[in-house]
Ligand binder design. Structure first.
Ligand SMILES: [Zn+2]
Length: 587
């Protein structure tokens, strides 16, 4: 199609014609004067059309100007990276994206170039039918992105390896048949054998892959390089070719190679790498201007987190001095720090404002939404992204009223309470999701530990006083969760069974206001109950027994029992409740 056809189609949706102008400029900005639509850029012009649609829908005057902050606004097409409908692309364009990060594939073959193209050098690297399907899907996705004025970026987890214990053993064995044994080395980790980049044949392979991939998909502008997880590794110390090259040295060799071969930006990240923070900074400063960083304040980002600490600012400063791109890595929709697989709607629009203010303070070149959204449910966070990109002081009460009609004010009050809780919890996010219920194993009771200590901390994740800090933060935050739950219950009573106000952002069936609020309630209640228990557990580990711990554990057990999901959670909380009661820590 192309952008012009898209704009005409978007105008046709609302039965409008318009006079269209592009004036030129760097930021994406727009002006609406009646039916005169002006954009500084093609993307800005498309935003004028989107703005016109919203204004007609909500009965606002057809006079407006807007400028989007941040040069790069990077979003996934959908939480499910395999899914990339045109409706999803349109949705992220509406929320203000400049770029689509075309995959964030944790387990499959879309996280490496050989998942999309086949080189005759190692033709068995990925199964042919997988390559064909990925190639076709990426081509469609990039065409849709072009139609909606979106650039594209790619997440790579190089170098490919056998993968850890979560990869089924037959698949781990199969990896050894995909590449000749002579080009593999031991990663020195539980992820087994890895492709060795010191082998000339491997470098030849990657030269060929880069040429083939970027010939097929020239739209990809930037590579997000991960490493050290998600079946991506480098060689261990025993590799006879790498001869003790450090992980950083191997990473940087690959970055320079990719920049040279592709002419693209290649970004590093903090995940596992920033444990050696001085080395991380020294290394980043030595990388070329076409490198850069996508960095979360804490590992993967947390929904409640809006920290602006010295390491973040120092990395930003290094990138500025080197002319490198600096992207804020964050959760603007779904988060790891929630209870998984509940089908909840994780709205916290005021937190989006707080997060973006932080990235503005850091003067980030862009922001990146780590996981993406469930667009078919039209989360209010998406609307918040657009509103706060345009105006740091945007009013979310207006958004709540549009989205939820007569329940809007009550939902807004719930968001205010949630924001109060998030502000309290932000500085307590010094640990990783390893402590979150979806990640830790309740049953991993370590022998000889006092009762109740079976939930980790894995000590290296936690600062010495994490127990106290996390415990106190949750104790202060939980009352706000309770209040938010109360407001959402009241909202549910008055909510209409009408589509949510921003349903027109998504092509296809969306959920009703009532259903949306019911799922928000599920989110706030599940996170509140599990968080309160985690806080007490951390407090206990810091030597402070909360007499309510047993009751908090029982409340979580009852909640998940009634919900009947996630699998096994009710039993685990029930078991823990018994242990706490038995130990006399419950009143
Ligand atoms: Zn090696």
């Amino acid at each position: 199609m192309g952008l012009n056809e898209t704009i005409q189609a978007e105008l046709a949706r609302i039965g409008q014609t318009a006079e269209l102008n592009i004036t030129g400029g760097t930021a994406d900005a727009f002006t609406i004067r009646g039916h005169q639509l002006t954009g500084t850029t093609p993307r800005g012009l498309l935003q004028a059309v989107f703005e016109l649609q919203d204004r007609l829908k909500f009965g606002q005057p057809l006079e407006a100007t807007g400028t989007f902050h941040f040069k790069q606004r990077i979003f996934h097409q959908h939480f499910d990276g395999a899914r990339a409908t045109r409706a999803d692309v349109r949705y992220i364009a509406r929320l203000g994206a400049t770029h689509c990060l075309v995959c964030h594939d944790w387990m499959g073959e879309r996280r490496r170039m050989q998942g999309y193209v086949t080189s005759p050098i190692f033709p068995d690297a990925v199964d042919k039918e997988v390559v064909a399907a990925n190639h076709a899907a990426l081509r469609r996705l990039l065409n849709d992105c072009t139609d909606y004025a979106l650039g594209a970026m790619l997440w790579l987890t190089e170098l490919p390896c056998q993968g850890g214990p979560w990869v089924p053993e037959p698949e781990r064995q199969r990896f050894l048949t995909r590449y000749p044994a002579e080009v593999l080395s031991d990663s020195g980790s539980y992820e087994g054998q890895v492709l060795c980049f010191s082998h000339p044949r491997v470098q030849e392979y990657y030269r060929d892959l880069c040429r083939r991939f970027f010939t097929e998909f020239p739209e990809i502008e930037t590579i997000f390089l991960f490493g050290l997880d998600s079946s991506g590794r480098f060689c261990g110390p025993a590799c006879p070719r790498c001869r003790g090259m450090s992980l950083f040295e191997q990473r940087d060799r690959l970055i320079r190679f990719l920049i040279e071969q592709t002419g693209r930006h290649v970004l590093t990240t903090g995940w596992e790498w920033d444990r050696e923070s001085d080395e991380f900074l020294r290394r980043q400063a030595a990388l070329p201007a076409s490198s850069g960083v996508y960095l979360a304040a804490q590992k993967d980002g947390w929904q409640c987190e809006r920290q602006n600490h010295s390491f973040l600012r120092t990395v930003r400063q290094v990138c500025r001095e080197r002319g490198q791109m600096f992207i804020g890595y964050d959760n603007f929709h779904w988060g790891d720090d929630t209870v998984h697989n509940l089908g909840d709607v994780q709205d916290f629009p005021l937190g989006i404002g707080a997060k973006l203010r932080r990235w503005r303070e850091v003067d980030a070149d862009g922001v990146f939404d780590h996981w993406g959204c469930f667009n078919e449910n039209v989360w209010s966070n998406s609307v918040a992204c657009r509103e706060f990109f345009l105006n740091p002081n945007a009013d979310m009460r207006v958004v709540a009223r549009r989205q939820f009609g007569r329940a809007g004010d009550l939902v807004f009050q719930a968001w205010q309470e949630l924001e109060a809780a998030h502000a309290i919890l932000s500085d307590a996010c010094s640990w990783t999701p390893a402590q979150w219920p979806a990640w830790y194993d309740f049953r991993a009771k370590r022998e000889g530990q006092p009762r109740g200590a079976q939930l980790p901390p894995r000590d290296h994740f936690n600062p010495p006083d994490a127990g106290r800090v996390v415990g106190e933060a949750w104790a202060a935050a939980y009352p706000h969760y309770e209040k938010a739950v109360g407001h959402l219950r009241s909202a549910l009573e008055v909510a209409e069974d009408l589509p949510v106000g921003y349903a027109h952002w998504y092509d296809g069936a969306t959920i009703t206001r009532r259903e949306h609020i019911r799922r928000q309630l599920l989110y706030v209640e599940s996170v509140g109950l599990t968080g309160r228990e985690i806080g007490m557990q951390f407090g206990y580990l810091a030597g402070k027994r909360d007499p309510q711990h047993g009751a908090a554990c029982r409340a979580a057990a009852d909640f998940f029992r009634k919900l009947d999901q996630p699998k096994g959670w009710a039993e685990q909380y029930e078991q823990k409740t018994k242990e706490i009661d038995h130990d006399g820590t419950s009143h």
